[in-house]
Design a protein around this ligand. Sequence first.
Ligand code: NI
Length: 170
Amino acid sequence: MAIRPILTAPDPRLKTISKPVETVDDELRALMDDMLETMYDAPGIGLAAIQIGVPKRVIVMDLAGKDEEPQPRYFVNPEITWTSDEMSSYEEGCLSVPEMYEDVQRPARIKARWLDYHGNPVEVEADGMLATCLQHEMDHLEGVLFIDHLSKLKRDIILRKMTKAKKRYG
Ligand code: NI
């Protein structure tokens, strides 16, 4: 396993539309292992492959609390099959937009399906953190960041801060 560098906005690679995975094999599992290690190291609760520059439809996540056992989750080729009309709002952050947090509105409940670490199909109805986090991570697969859900004014302020910080720290 290896920790990989995380791309940060406004890196144009984050706008890539990721490609479906054809087979869940050892090579893909090695990528998922690296993604999980990179996410834990950051630390974060979710990571899409494109955030380490790999344009594949793969996500890792762990929503366990600080005092709980780790609960790694793996999502290959995730699809949302239903969303509730009811919306909920969470303060979101992103490893590719470090230190910026804003409220984002998304459907409160979703039904989704994907392939797990072993390539087995999974289908769930989710709400709360899982619903929000999965929608956030699936946006990455379409080249969308949480700041793209904000007003242009708010997004521009955040991107300007990010660019300044990059200049400062290189
Ligand atoms: Ni993110």
